[in-house]
Write a protein that binds this ligand. Structure first.
Ligand SMILES: Cc1cc2nc3c(=O)[nH]c(=O)nc-3n(C[C@H](O)[C@H](O)[C@H](O)COP(=O)(O)O)c2cc1C
Length: 237
């Protein structure tokens, strides 16, 4: 197998606590940022800035910010859930409902769960990560003629993948946190880190070294499930 394919397949979401005492070395961080530097972006706009946060005091302050779970999130998250390993293996897309508390996985309980949910400090999302990367972009700019700046967002996705694959190749674990980009959490983080308007947070990366194994079922469709040959609907290559 080619080396790059091996790294692509081994890259995964490290949804586990990280060792707060084991810092990502400056050398590794520099290589991760170098991989970011060479991200392909629409029109080479390089439409991102990265805030590296590895100061304990700042991490603690971020950790004290509280987030709310919304009913909208629970309902849309539900669409991606499987309720057994067998179901997930058959579907080949989405994630296991067992990853979430019961109130998140039963539609009839979601409204109540969202209303009653205690605000959760971000420290429970940071889970010991010694380094966070905040990826921000200028929300007033867009790739030329790109409606909804789809091309700009694809570019940010390329950035995410570059960072993730580089981290994986260096043995640094990574986990994406989308919830830090959701208001009002986003505005509190922006205030704390001095991120000016009109910058917005695209996503946040937790970097570090797990304290335990990250074991969960990862599924993907087969090539023939998403590949069409010369005409949509014509399977096989
Ligand atoms: C744009 C984007 C946003 C994501 N946001 C989150 C997130 O907020 N929390 C999380 O645990 N995983 C998040 N993920 C990770 C995906 O859930 C994960 O990549 C997918 O389930 C496949 O699992 P794998 O990364 O282990 O291959 C995100 C991934 C992408 C590409």
């Amino acid at each position: 197998m080619s080396e790059i394919l091996k790294i692509i397949q081994e890259r995964h979401s490290a949804r586990v606590p990280f060792d707060p005492k084991r810092q990502v070395s400056k050398e590794n961080l520099t290589q991760i940022l170098e991989s970011a530097r060479w991200t392909p972006t629409a029109h080479n706009m390089q439409n991102f800035d990265i805030i590296v946060v590895d100061d304990k005091v700042v991490l603690e302050k971020i950790g004290k910010i509280k987030s709310h779970i919304s009913e909208e999130f629970l309902r849309e998250n539900y669409e991606q859930l499987s309720f057994s390993k067998e179901e997930l293996l058959k579907k080949k897309t989405g994630i296991l409902g067992a990853m979430f508390p019961p109130g998140w996985v039963y539609p009839e309980r979601m409204a109540e769960a969202a209303k009653k949910a205690e605000p959760m400090p971000l420290t429970q999302s940071i889970r010991g990560s010694p380094t966070l990367l905040f990826i921000v972009y200028d929300s007033t700019k867009r790739a030329p003629a790109s409606h909804g700046d789809v091309l700009g967002f694809i570019s940010l996705g390329c950035l995410m993948e570059n960072i993730w694959l580089m981290a994986q190749s260096l043995g640094v674990s990574m986990h994406i946190l989308s919830s830090f980009a959701v208001p009002p959490v986003e505005s509190e983080i922006k205030k704390l880190l001095g991120i000016p308007e009109p910058m917005k947070i695209a996503f946040t990366c937790r970097l570090g070294y797990p304290t335990g194994a990250s074991k969960y079922l990862r599924v993907r469709r087969n090539i023939e499930d998403f590949t069409h040959h010369n005409q949509y609907g014509k399977k096989g290559i």
